[in-house]
Design a protein around this ligand. Structure first.
Ligand code: SF4
Ligand code: SF4
Length: 155
């Protein structure tokens, strides 16, 4: 009886293997071609490198409210707030994030910061090539995450 059950288990496992062999290859050309997530059906759900978004006027959406930092279970978000002035307006609100760092040595890509943000300023992008042998390279700075103004016209 147990022999029959084992054979059935092996047959079931091999059927999955053979079925996958007939599926299109996702990573065939990587790293010379498109990455494994581009165009894949799960791309929308993938939590990659963070992006700091701009509004339709090109102003930064982040208003330095610190809610993302408060929600972060790894305590890896560092923000310094500054006031907007008439001469220098960075965001549409009273304050903006002068400094916004995420320490990827500690980030667990849980998405809590994204969920907590009231202005949709911080989002997950699709970037995943983040490995580094130097831990200091893993501190993402605002400049690394802020989407360029030019990307607004491409939307
Ligand atoms: S994804 Fe999670 S761990 Fe990473 S910065 Fe956001 S809240 Fe913190
Ligand atoms: S990213 Fe969002 S939650 Fe974090 S400080 Fe900026 S506005 Fe607040």
């Amino acid at each position: 009886m147990s022999i029959a059950r084992n054979i059935a288990g092996i047959a079931k496992g091999m059927s999955i293997t053979f079925r996958e062999m007939l599926e299109p290859t996702q990573v065939e050309n990587y790293p010379d071609g498109p990455g494994p997530l581009r165009g894949a059906k799960f791309e929308q759900r993938f939590r990659g490198k963070h992006e700091l978004q701009r509004d339709e006027n090109g102003l930064e959406k982040c208003v330095a409210c610190f809610l993302c930092a408060a929600a972060c279970p790894s305590n890896c978000i560092f923000i310094e707030a500054a006031d907007n002035t008439e001469e220098k307006r960075i965001s549409s609100s009273e304050r903006y994030a002068k400094t916004y760092n995420i320490d990827y040595n500690r980030c667990i890509f849980c998405g809590y910061c994204v969920e907590a943000c009231p202005t949709d300023a911080i989002t997950h992008g699709h970037g995943f090539e983040l490995a580094s042998l130097n831990a200091t390279n893993l501190v993402m700075r605002k400049e690394d995450m802020l989407v360029p103004v030019a990307s607004l016209t491409a939307r």
